[in-house]
Design a protein. Structure first.
Length: 82
């Protein structure tokens, strides 16, 4: 059992990716291979979560007020560990 994502090996991460793809299939969708489509889905999910009961309760518990909305951070991944 991993307690942190860095505890996962390559095989574990591949298995995790397959599990995420199954979630899409269960919804009758295919996981998008286009990175821009993936990005759009992620941004949509972040903004779509703003008024969920969990998010509202979190802001209430932590006394977070006067916010107009949420934000997303987008960053390019760099491949290679040299």
């Amino acid at each position: 059992n991993a307690s942190n994502d860095v505890d996962l090996g390559v095989a574990d991460l591949k298995k995790l990716c397959e599990e995420y793809k199954k979630v899409y299939l269960e919804q009758g969708k295919k996981f998008p291979s286009d990175p821009y489509e993936q990005l759009h889905a992620c941004v949509k999910a972040v903004f779509g979560s703003w008024m969920t009961p969990r998010a509202v309760k979190y802001r209430e518990i932590n006394n977070v007020k006067s916010l107009l909305g949420t934000a997303t951070n987008i960053q390019t991944m760099v491949f290679g560990n040299t």
